[in-house]
Design a protein around this ligand. Structure first.
Ligand code: NAD
Length: 478
């Protein structure tokens, strides 16, 4: 099989090590063979980006616009093919995968436009005759480190603004999903980015990622992934006094009130908890349900779950693809065992399922009779596992929704304007959904959380400029 190489300093480069990209729907199938970069590769990429920054930071916004638009156009034109690749390497269903590819294309389109809209301010000075200009400049070399669960959308929402605002990029995708990253890199390179402006270094976090974290020449790091790795990014960034941005885990609540429309509530819960195999940082893993609707909701959700087909990600009719790999499956199964040991009732699922091909197939799983202190209600599982917590009323529901160290997304299902409004104002999370699943899907608005879920400025939309630019205040006496 051809080895998909890294792209460093304007060249596709051979790597001494390679890794097989395995299809989680069929572990006998190798999706492709990908380079695994060394420390020297990462260092070379940073040096190339540093050199390229001198001219790219001053390049015309028309050039940047045209490159980003070209990238968007090709991604959207190849949505089916790229979606199939994504589904085969990550395991989300084909419609979900194509949806993610489209989102990546739309993000590049959005930031193509943003290149032309970067504005500053001109203010009168307190000193007569003096003028003050406030402008935004690119930050420099940015290291982009991404997780496996959104193999093209998350890279897109970091790379597009980084390039749009004149930064040079060293992109390190997650080891499990190099396929979508490589395909995206290939599109960006062919769209005409000058040498050194964009570098792809696939490889291990402990090798390639570690070099990024410890380099004095990396001026900003945008990271999405686990809390444990996020803390390393934070510690090293403080050591180097560099900008950093973290998007990490979640333990997102979905509150269902007595006055909710039952069909809407069940759809929000099924989508939020189990779609994308529950492997979303925004997954609704705590279903907080008030007393009077509790039993009807649990029954209706079980009926809905009985209709969810778990199978090969690219097969027609599959609702839930496999878990991404053996490690994640082991983690999911261990939390299912913990839930049972803690005394929760296993109301649905919990078992592995066999399909035509060997894959990591797990039933969507629901626990009931759970309490807020249980580990299954406090720790991120990152699989198709949700638990129901029964509460008396809205006030208790809100208190429990906020009783978590995370704060990414939160949701409520209610027909009460009063409760919806109060919840939007008092939920301690970066994103709040009313009668909608907890996933944040719009590509032109900010994405991010509070507390242990996020650190630093928001990603996406116009808010991305906060991270990918730095402000300069200039005084002039003409
Ligand atoms: P992870 O932390 O294991 O890996 C994330 C990235 O960091 C990978 O590219 C990995 O190679 C790299 N990395 C690992 N060790 C490193 C090190 N020592 N130095 C530098 N880089 C290193 O996370 P994951 O398992 O890929 O992703 C799952 C996690 O991501 C979950 O916790 C999930 O909630 C979170 N996530 C958050 C968001 C969000 O926007 N908040 C979105 C998606 C996923």
């Amino acid at each position: 099989m051809t080895v998909h190489q890294n792209f460093i300093g304007g060249q596709w480069t051979n790597a001494t090590e390679t890794a097989d990209n395995i299809n989680p729907s069929n572990t006998r199938e190798i999706v492709g063979v990908y380079a695994r970069g060394s420390r020297q590769d990462a260092e070379a990429a940073i040096a190339a980006a540093k050199e390229a920054f001198k001219s790219w930071s001053r390049s015309s916004v028309q050039l940047r616009h045209d490159i980003l638009l070209k990238v968007s156009t090709e991604i959207l034109a190849r949505r089916e093919e790229l979606g199939r690749l994504l589904a085969r390497e990550e395991g989300k269903t084909l419609p979900e995968s194509i949806g993610e590819v489209v989102r990546a294309g739309q993000i590049f389109d959005f930031f193509a436009g943003e290149t032309l809209r970067l504005s500053g301010e001109k203010l009168p000075s307190v000193r007569p005759g003096v003028e003050v200009d406030i402008t935004r400049e690119p930050v420099g070399v940015v290291g982009l480190i991404t997780p496996w669960n959104f193999p093209i959308a998350i890279p897109a929402w970091k790379i597009a603004p980084a390039l749009a605002y004149g930064n040079c990029v060293v992109f390190k995708p997650a080891d499990l999903v190099p396929g979508s990253a490589w395909a995206l890199a290939d599109i960006i390179i062919r769209a005409g980015v000058p040498e050194g402006v964009f570098n792809l270094v696939m490889g291990r976090g402990s090798v390639v990622g570690d070099v990024l974290l410890n380099s004095r020449d990396v001026h900003a790091i945008s990271f999405t992934g686990s809390v444990a790795t996020g803390k390393k990014v934070a510690a090293s960034s403080i050591e180097h006094m560099r900008k950093f941005q973290l998007e990490m885990g979640g333990k997102n609540p979905l509150v269902i009130l007595d006055d909710a429309d039952l069909d809407v509530a069940v759809e929000c819960a099924a989508n939020g908890a189990f779609f994308s195999t529950g492997q979303r940082c925004t997954a609704s893993s705590r279903l907080i349900v008030t007393d009077k609707i509790h039993d009807a909701f649990v029954e209706a959700l079980k009926v809905r779950m009985s209709k969810l087909v778990v199978d090969d990600a690219v097969k027609d009719g599959t609702h839930i693809g496999p878990v991404v790999d053996q490690n994640q499956l082991d983690q999911d199964l261990s939390y299912i065992a913990i839930g049972k040991d803690e005394g929760a009732t296993l109301a649905w699922g919990g078992s592995l399922v066999q399909r035509e091909t060997p894959g990591f197939y797990l039933e969507p799983t629901l626990f009931t009779d759970t309490t807020p202190e249980m580990r299954i209600n406090r720790e991120e599982i990152f699989g198709p596992v949700a638990s129901v917590i029964r509460v008396e009323d809205y006030d208790e529901a809100l208190a429990l929704a906020n009783d978590t160290e995370f704060g990414l997304a939160t949701g409520i299902c209610t027909t009460s304007l009063k409760h919806a409004t109060h919840f939007k104002r008092n939920a301690e999370a970066g994103m709040v959904m009313v009668n909608l699943p907890t996933a944040g899907v719009d590509y032109h608005v900010p994405f991010g959380g509070r507390k242990g879920s996020s650190y630093g400025p928001r990603e996406q939309g116009r808010y991305a400029a906060e991270f990918y630019t730095t402000v300069k205040t200039a005084y002039t006496l003409p």
